[in-house]
Write a protein that binds this ligand. Structure first.
Ligand SMILES: CC(=O)N[C@H]1[C@@H](OP(=O)(O)OP(=O)(O)OC[C@H]2O[C@@H](n3ccc(=O)[nH]c3=O)[C@H](O)[C@@H]2O)O[C@H](CO)[C@@H](O)[C@@H]1O[C@H](C)C(=O)N[C@@H](C)C(=O)N[C@H](CCC(=O)O)C(=O)O
Ligand SMILES: Nc1ncnc2c1ncn2[C@@H]1O[C@H](COP(=O)(O)OP(=O)(O)OP(=O)(O)O)[C@@H](O)[C@H]1O
Ligand SMILES: N[C@H](CCC[C@H](N)C(=O)O)C(=O)O
Ligand SMILES: [Mg+2]
Length: 484
């Protein structure tokens, strides 16, 4: 592709060297540079891509997009200087793949919890309505029914636009994607054209990366600030920061909520372990998901479908058939009547929601035993909060490992224990081995008790010191249930 076509709409500060060049590929990692690649030097969290420019040149790159010019200029190379190379990378990737986000209807979902659930429900709903649909999510990426494994919640701009191009080629009408706060800050979505954006909620997470709750809010809001005026911006008005998200957006502002006045409203009429009866804009509908938080997720999905001009009756019918994402409130039953629930709750708010949902559904005498860990190399301040919530809302809690990554599991557990008050310690056991923790929960359970295994949901691995070992909460729970 011609360099000038890749640079289209990128605000360039200065060019050194010839502009008439043909590029074979686009790359931001020197380790992947091939002959004729355009190398984009991006400043990261751990290092700076500018340090690898010489390496990229030695591997065959003749064009470098960068923020800071090197002290020695190589006359054979074209240097393109921009103010923000991460943003330029997003736009370049879009141009390189033929601006695929303009050729389908792209909707982004952001928020602390519920992104995967909402994006997956939208994928399922629009598929049920007869469309060809794409999905970009934490659990998996999909092009129609083809599954492409996901490495991130929101992929890097090159992978992202390559996937969107494949969706366009496969005839997708829509793509529903998760927009993580990391992706907004790192400009992974720069250059994309969204027809709509939706906000689920914002609570405590990722403070290792954003440092303060205010800058975390700003990151989410920035997504809505970037939407165009023909797009819609749909927010949860019951969330304390729901309205803030739309303050500066040019998009059509729309709201949903269960308690505040909103464009789209819902009420939970009945709740069971196998589903709920909802009133959605005064229409009654049985759904297969459980929990007040899923009433929000389903309402957001309904509102989006209406804003995308789908017929109400058809949307309600499809809404009653969809099931959501893997590893979210999945139940497994033992012969003894013990109920196991696997859920990806990995924030204090998610643990609170899931345990309150279980408490609302349990019969008299059923105990709740929670198995919970926190990820290593991630926000440490949420650890005591997650433990405190779990202890307050469970009869027994077993603190264990999630993905320790490079941290000592005993230290992560100690951080969690700091959230347990002295009077509550009798409820708590600490067992670092997650498999042992799950087995112990079952040993402690009486017939019909409920075991919540939280934090890893769909994940099929446990990451320890850079190695991903096979681990599947559902598999472990099922094998454990066969033991007694
Ligand atoms: C903290 C974070 O978000 N890191 C992401 C970031 O990497 P980084 O900033 O650490 O990059 P770096 O190592 O400092 O390198 C800087 C630059 O130098 C380049 N480089 C580096 C070394 C070299 O030899 N040559 C070279 O060219 C790198 O390619 C990069 O362009 O940019 C990389 C490329 O896009 C991402 O893969 C990487 O995600 C890491 C693996 C990660 O774990 N990210 C998580 C935290 C994340 O993004 N999570 C969110 C949200 C999760 C959720 O709530 O669902 C997600 O969207 O998945
Ligand atoms: N609307 C919601 N409000 C609060 N908690 C929710 C909501 N939806 C889901 N949850 C809880 O959060 C967990 C994670 O849900 P989900 O995977 O949909 O969120 P996510 O935003 O995609 O998370 P991630 O940031 O890891 O991608 C669920 O397992 C459930 O416990
Ligand atoms: N997307 C989330 C996933 C957390 C899942 C949990 N199992 C962990 O490893 O901490 C994050 O990057 O914070
Ligand atoms: Mg997700």
């Amino acid at each position: 592709m011609k360099l000038q076509d890749i640079l289209n709409t990128i605000p360039v500060l200065q060019v050194l060297g010839p502009l008439h060049k043909e590029l074979s590929s686009l790359c931001f990692d020197s380790r992947q540079v091939g002959q004729g690649a355009l190398f984009v030097a991006v400043k990261g969290v751990h290092t700076d891509g500018h340090l690898f420019i010489e390496k990229a040149i030695s591997l065959g790159s003749e064009v470098i997009l960068l923020q800071e010019l090197p002290t020695e200029i190589n006359p054979a190379i074209t240097y393109i200087q921009v103010a923000d190379s991460a943003k330029a990378l997003g736009i370049a990737a879009s141009n390189f793949y033929g601006n695929p986000s303009h050729d389908l209807k792209l909707v982004g979902v952001t928020g602390t919890n519920g992104k995967t659930t909402v994006a997956t429900l939208l994928y399922q709903l629009f598929t049920a309505l007869g469309y060809q649909v794409g999905l970009l999510s934490t659990v998996e990426n999909k092009i129609g029914t083809d599954v492409i494994p996901a490495t991130h919640t929101t992929p890097d701009p090159i992978q992202l636009n390559a996937l969107l191009q494949q969706m366009v080629q496969a005839g997708c009408d829509y793509c529903f994607m998760e927009v993580s706060s990391h992706a907004v800050v790192q400009e992974r979505i720069a250059g994309l054209h969204f027809v709509g954006g939706l906000f689920t909620n914002i609570t405590h997470d990722h403070l290792d990366f954003h440092k303060t709750f205010d800058s975390y809010i700003k990151a989410k809001k920035q997504f809505f600030d970037q939407l165009g005026k023909s797009a819609f911006a749909l927010t949860n008005v019951d969330d304390r920061n729901g309205a803030v998200m739309l303050q500066n957006t040019a998009a059509h502002k729309k709201t949903y909520g269960l308690t505040h006045l909103a464009n789209f409203k819902a009420k939970v009429i009945e709740s069971h372990f196998y589903g709920m009866l909802l009133a959605v804009d005064d229409h009654e509908v049985w759904v297969k998901l459980v929990g007040g938080f899923n009433a929000y997720n389903l309402l957001a999905v309904y509102g989006t479908a209406i804003l995308l001009e789908q017929e109400t009756d058809k949307v309600l019918t499809a809404l009653s058939t969809i099931t959501g994402a893997e590893g979210r409130f999945e139940t497994v039953r033992a012969q003894t009547g013990v109920v196991g629930i696997i859920d990806y709750a990995h924030t204090p708010d998610a643990v609170d929601n899931v345990l309150k949902t279980i408490a609302g559904l349990r019969q008299q005498g059923q105990q709740i035993i929670t198995v919970l860990g926190c990820g290593g190399d991630r926000d440490t301040t949420k650890r005591p909060e997650m433990a405190a919530v779990a202890v307050a809302l469970s009869d027994r809690v077993i603190l264990t490992s999630d993905n320790p990554r490079t941290e000592d599991p005993a230290q992560i557990i100690a951080d969690m224990q700091a959230g347990v008050s002295v009077s509550q310690t009798r409820k708590v056991l600490s067992i670092a081995d997650r498999k042992e923790a799950i087995r112990t929960a079952y040993q402690l359970a009486n017939a019909n008790d409920i075991i919540l295994v939280a934090g890893k949901g769909h994940e099929k691995y446990q990451e320890i010191n850079g190695v991903r070992h096979h681990f599947d909460d559902r598999e472990v729970l099922e094998l454990t249930f066969e033991e007694k």
